[in-house]
Design a protein around this ligand. Sequence first.
Ligand SMILES: *Cc1c(COP(=O)(O)O)cnc(C)c1O
Length: 247
Amino acid sequence: MSSSTPAASPSATSDEQNVATALHTVQARISALQNARNCKDVQLVAVSKTKPNALVQAAYDAGQRHFGENYVQEVVQKAGELPNDILWHFIGPLQSNKAKLLASVENLHVVESIDRVKTAMVLDKAVAASGRAHPLDVMVQVNTSDEESKSGCACGEAVEVAQAVAGCERLRLVGLMTIGAPDDSEEPEAFRRLVTERDAVAAALGRDSGSLSLSMGMSNDFEAAIRMGSNSVRVGSTIFGARNYNR
Ligand SMILES: *Cc1c(COP(=O)(O)O)cnc(C)c1O
């Protein structure tokens, strides 16, 4: 976490000031856990879906650089309007016919939501066509809560999808992502499953487990996720306020 946190500008609206304050609170909660566990840096991704540019800019001005979006159209638009050193994380369902548009975002940092072999293939082609100089980082999204409404491949499919990604010339497998399920326990079952899948993928690919990140933990459970080994937490409403509608 950055130690120098610029103050909000004097002309900031109260909503913008609230974002800066909430961001610092989340950063402090993450730092406290890191210090307690003496673990390496946990990345904070600020999930800005449905939120206006002014609030994204407020978080940016407070030092945040990693942002998450769920909709291709929305990340394309925001990337065009906001500072180009933002590192965008695409975390929503990806339809094949949107892969080209998504790959056109120059400062797209990672696609965390690859859950089918076919989508990996299509994204690989789109990246080749986009002229990006380097492979695109991707994660395999796993549905660890067996809920049909949630995106992600089934636990038993993660190795197959990961192998497909690993076989794509223009994609680089960097980890696994999950949403999980509401769970008040100290060690949510969904996160335990993602750790297991990560280890299975690492074994299947002959890689070190530590070379594959775990993207798990949202507003309500990011602290539990960090305790269980999360490397990247995706926090939306706790930073930006409740969303009017869930999409
Ligand atoms: C919306 C969303 C988040 C953030 O959720 P909050 O509960 O608002 O923190 C994180 N990950 C994914 C995949 C999302 O769709």
